[in-house]
Design a protein around this ligand. Structure first.
Ligand code: GLA
Ligand code: ZN
Length: 681
C-alpha cells in the first residue's frame, strides 16, 4: 500500500508554490528565514522547471535544485517536489512540433505559455518519462522529500487535442473499448453505440473515424461524449505512467497531482476516476468573484474534493492569499477572508492550506497574482495575515487524519455533465452546473454538510440524497436509486434526469427511462419556457403556495406518485409540477421545473422532514458549522462569514483551539471570525 500522507510531515501542511529559480540565490536565505517566521511546513517546488533542469536534451542541471532541497531540509521544511511535465522546454518543441495541441477548429497552439501538450504524443510521453525517472533517481531518498506532485492541473486550460496523432490514438481507444482490442469487431459496436444510422454516418472501418472536429452543424453527440472520455483517459495514462515510475524508484513517498474540482474552473476531467489513482487527493481552488457567494462555491469544491478522495483527508495545494490576476476584475480579499477560506477547506477535510505562491513574481504572466510574501514585503496586511494563519494552523495540528462528518449526499457525474453540455438540447437555458450549484446552495443554507456521490454508489449511509439534473443515468444507477429509496431513503430528483444511457441514447419508452420506477411517473413531453417566462405552482391545499419556476416545464403523468404541487399556469397548467412517491420504506420527490431558491428551500424542507432531518434554525445564515471526527477527538468548526457577531450551540463543552479558551453552551463567534472547538472526551 502506498503512503497517503506527506512523508515526514507532522503538522498541517502550510506553505505554497516556491519558485526560487526566479530569484538570485541570495534571496533564498531570506525566503527560508521568513518561511520559518510564518510557520511554513511544506512548499511545492519545481512545478515548471523542466527547461532549467534539462537545458538541452539529455543534459541535466540539478545543482540548483540540490541546493534548494538541502536548504529546505536544513530549515525543517518539507518538499512537495513536482515533475515539470506541464511545461516542456522550447528545445522539446523544436524536435517535436507535433506535440503542440490542435484545437477543434484545427488551429495549432504555439510555445510561449505553458500546458501546450498533446497527451497522445509519443515524443512527449518519452521525454516526460525520462525527466521523471531522473528526478525520482536523484531525489527519491532526499530527506526533504515529502510528496511527489505530478504535472500541474491536467485538463486546464487545454481540455482536448484534435490532431492526427490523437485521431490515431482515439481509434486505438475505440478498438479497446468496443472490440477488446480488435478494430474490426469494434466498428460494428461503435456504429451501434453512436447511432450512426442517423444522418448517414455509418463507418466501414475505424480508420474512417476522426475526432469530433468542427462540423457544419451538430456533431454526433455520442462521438463527442466518447471523445471527452478518451481525452480524459489519455491524460490519465500520462499521469499513471509518471506515478508508476515514482512508485517504483522512490517507494514510500506518496504521489499526487493537483486537481481543480470547482466546476467553474475545470470541466474536462472525470475526477471520480482520478481520485482512485492518487495516493493523496490534492486540490487547487480560486474564488470566482462573479457576484455570487464565494464561500458557498468554496464549500462545494471542498466537499467535492473530499468526496473524490472517498471521504479521506485531502490537501488544498493551492489557493490565493488575496486577489488573482486572471479574471476581468480581481478584488483583494477582505481582512480575515484568507483565514476563513483556508479554514473552511480544513473544516471540509483538507489537512492543511497551501497557496500559489510563496513570493510574488516580478516578471512573467502572474506578477499581479497575490502571494504569501507580496511585492509590498513583510510590512503588509497579507504577510501579517499569513503569519497569523500559520500560527492558527499550528494549533490545529491534532486534527490531522480526522474525517469530515457529512449529513446528506448529492449525486454528481462529470460524464452526465459533459453529455448535457452538448448542443441541441430542449433548452439552452437549462444548465446542469447551475442546478448543481443551486441544489448545493439550498443545502448549505439549511446548514447541511454535503457528500457528493457517483450515481451508481451505495447511498445507504445518507438519510437524504438530492439529484440535480442527472441527464445521463445508466440502468444500474436507476436500480441503485430504487434500492436506496425502497430501503427507507429520501430522494429529491430534478427534471432532466435519467433520460439517456452512457451513449447518449434515450432509454426505451417514456422519459425518464432510468428513473420511472423509483419516481412513480412518466413524462409525456418536455415543454421548456421562453426566455423570461415563469410559472406559478399551486400548493397541496389548492391555494397558491407562492412557488415559482422558470426555464423548464413538462407534462408529468403520475403512475404511483402523488401530486404535491400543480402548475397554476403556463403550458403544463393543471398538471403535476412536484410529486412524491412512497416506495418501500422511503420517498422519492420529483421536481419538474427550475425552482428559484425560495421554492427549492420549501421542497427541501418537506424532503428533510421525510428524511427525519431536523431544521438547524438556531444557526444564522452564512455561519458555517462543520465537524471533523477521528482518533484525536471531535472538532467543531464555526466560520462566521457575516459582519455580525454570532452564537453557535455546542454539542459538548471543550477547548477553543485558536484562542485556547474553555467554552461551553453557546460559542461566541465574532463577525468574520473562525472558531474551532475540540470537544472534551
Ligand atoms: C493555477 C496554477 C498555478 C497558478 C495559479 C494562479 O492553479 O496551478 O500555477 O497559475 O493557477 O491562480
Ligand atoms: Zn493531439
Amino acid at each position: 500500500m502506498p503512503e497517503t500522507t506527506p512523508k515526514g510531515l507532522t503538522r498541517l501542511a502550510f506553505g505554497g508554490d516556491y519558485n526560487p529559480e526566479q530569484w538570485p540565490e541570495s534571496v533564498w536565505q531570506e525566503d527560508v528565514r521568513l518561511m520559518r517566521e510564518a510557520g511554513v511546513t511544506m512548499v511545492s517546488v519545481g512545478v515548471f522547471s523542466w527547461a532549467l533542469l534539462e537545458p538541452e536534451p539529455g543534459r541535466y542541471d540539478f545543482g540548483w535544485l540540490d541546493r534548494l532541497m538541502d536548504l529546505l531540509h536544513t530549515h525543517g521544511i518539507r518538499a512537495d517536489l513536482a515533475t515539470p511535465t506541464a511545461a516542456p522546454p522550447a528545445w522539446f518543441y523544436r524536435d517535436h512540433p507535433d506535440a503542440l495541441p490542435v484545437s477543434r477548429e484545427g488551429v495549432r497552439y504555439a510555445f510561449g505559455s505553458r500546458a501546450a501538450i498533446c497527451h497522445s504524443n509519443a515524443g512527449y510521453r518519452a521525454a516526460a518519462a525520462r525527466i521523471t525517472t531522473e528526478l525520482a533517481r536523484r531525489y527519491g531518498t532526499h530527506p526533504a522529500l515529502a510528496l511527489w506532485h505530478v504535472h500541474n492541473e491536467y485538463g486546464v486550460p487545454v481540455s482536448a487535442c484534435y490532431c492526427d496523432g490523437c485521431a490515431a490514438h482515439f481509434r486505438r481507444w475505440l478498438a479497446g473499448r468496443y472490440g477488446a482490442g480488435d478494430a474490426t469487431a469494434a466498428v460494428a459496436a461503435v456504429n451501434e453505440a453512436w447511432g450512426t444510422a442517423f444522418w448517414g454516418q455509418r463507418y466501414g472501418s475505424l480508420d474512417e473515424i476522426t475526432p469530433p472536429r468542427l462540423t457544419p452543424t451538430a456533431c454526433n453527440p455520442a462521438q463527442q461524449l466518447d471523445y471527452r472520455r478518451f481525452a480524459d483517459a489519455t491524460m490519465r495514462e500520462n499521469y499513471t505512467a509518471e506515478r508508476d515510475i515514482l512508485h517504483e524508484l522512490a517507494p514510500g513517498v506518496p504521489v499526487t497531482t493537483n486537481f481543480m474540482t470547482a466546476l467553474s474552473q475545470c470541466d474536462s476531467v472525470d475526477y471520480w476516476a482520478w481520485g482512485r489513482e492518487t495516493d493523496l487527493v490534492t486540490n487547487d481552488h480560486y474564488l470566482i468573484t462573479d457576484g455570487r457567494r464565494t464561500h458557498v462555491n468554496l464549500a462545494m469544491a471542498a466537499d467535492l474534493t473530499r468526496s473524490v478522495a472517498g471521504g479521506a483527508p485531502w490537501l488544498l495545494l493551492e489557493h490565493s492569499t488575496s486577489g488573482v490576476n486572471w479574471q476581468a476584475r480581481n478584488p483583494a480579499k477582505r481582512p480575515g477572508e484568507m483565514a476563513r477560506n483556508s479554514l473552511a477547506h480544513v473544516a471540509r477535510g483538507s489537512d492543511g492550506a497551501m497557496f500559489f505562491q510563496w513570493r510574488q513574481s516580478r516578471r512573467g504572466a502572474e506578477k499581479f497574482h497575490s502571494a504569501m510574501l507580496p511585492h509590498a514585503g513583510t510590512d503588509s496586511r497579507v504577510w501579517r495575515e499569513a503569519v497569523r494563519l500559520g500560527a492558527d494552523l499550528d494549533s490545529l495540528a491534532g486534527l490531522r487524519g480526522t474525517r469530515t462528518v457529512p449529513d446528506v449526499a448529492m449525486l454528481w457525474d462529470w460524464q452526465s455533465w459533459w453529455a448535457q453540455n452538448l448542443e441541441w438540447r430542449p433548452s439552452e437555458d437549462h444548465d446542469a452546473r447551475e442546478r448543481a450549484d443551486s441544489f448545493y446552495e439550498a443545502l448549505y443554507d439549511r446548514h447541511l454538510t454535503v457528500d457528493f456521490a457517483h450515481p451508481e454508489a451505495d447511498l445507504s449511509a445518507y438519510p437524504l440524497v438530492v439529484v440535480p439534473a442527472l441527464y445521463l443515468a445508466t440502468e444500474a444507477a436507476g436500480r441503485a436509486l430504487r434500492t436506496y429509496a425502497e430501503n427507507g431513503g429520501t430522494l429529491v430528483v430534478s427534471y432532466f434526469s435519467g433520460i439517456v444511457d452512457e451513449h447518449d441514447a434515450v432509454h426505451p419508452g417514456a422519459h425518464p427511462g432510468a428513473l420511472r420506477d423509483v419516481l412513480g411517473l412518466t413524462v409525456e413531453e418536455f415543454s421548456p419556457l421562453l426566455a423570461g417566462e415563469s410559472v406559478r405552482l399551486t400548493g397541496p391545499d389548492g391555494a397558491a403556495a407562492g412557488l415559482t419556476g422558470d426555464v423548464w416545464t413538462e407534462f408529468v403523468v403520475p403512475r404511483g406518485a402523488e401530486t404535491v404541487w400543480t402548475y397554476g399556469d403556463g403550458p403544463a397548467a393543471g398538471r403535476p409540477a412536484i410529486t412524491r412517491h412512497r416506495i418501500g420504506g422511503g420517498t422519492a420527490w420529483y421536481v419538474s421545473t427550475r425552482l428559484d431558491a425560495a421554492a427549492l428551500d420549501t421542497v427541501l424542507a418537506a424532503a428533510c422532514d421525510d428524511a427525519g432531518i431536523a431544521p438547524r434554525a438556531e444557526l444564522p445564515r452564512d455561519v458555517e458549522v462543520v465537524r471533523r471526527t477521528g482518533d484525536t477527538g471531535t472538532y467543531l468548526f464555526a466560520i462566521n462569514h457575516t459582519g455580525d457577531d454570532a452564537k453557535v450551540p455546542l454539542d459538548a463543552p471543550g477547548t477553543e483551539l485558536l484562542t485556547g479558551e474553555r467554552v461551553a453552551g453557546r460559542l461566541a463567534v465574532p463577525a468574520g471570525a473562525v472558531r474551532v472547538v475540540r470537544a472534551d472526551a
